[in-house]
Design a protein around this ligand. Structure first.
Ligand code: FES
Length: 103
């Protein structure tokens, strides 16, 4: 997995999320109380942009049909029959920057 710099840490304050367009596709960066996570942008259900949803704690809720996902694991927390989980990517923070290992 190539590691790419996606944003400055200061661009994603605690409790916020940020969509970043990379050469490997669009990702969402989450700041959950200072812990940083990254996922694919598209909801595993029908592809809505998760950065247009709501982030509470470590859970993001999709703006279209309100499925929620744990951004630490990708697990769908509202629909046990969800066929797919959210793709989560490893994150590192170094020198005030956020780096993601992309597929
Ligand atoms: S597109 Fe996200 S829950 Fe349907």
């Amino acid at each position: 997995m190539p590691r790419i710099r996606v944003a400055a840490l200061a661009d994603v304050p605690p409790g916020r999320m940020l969509m970043v367009a990379t050469e490997r596709g669009k990702l969402v960066i989450y700041n959950c109380g200072g812990a940083i996570y990254a996922s694919e942008q598209g909801c595993p259900h029908l592809g809505a942009a998760l950065d247009e949803g709501v982030l509470v704690g470590t859970e993001v809720t999709c703006p279209w049909h309100h499925w929620s996902f744990d951004v630490t694991t990708g697990e769908c927390t509202t629909n046990p029959l969800a066929p797919k989980s959210l793709a989560i990517f490893p994150v590192a923070t170094e020198g005030g920057d956020i780096w993601v290992d992309t597929p």
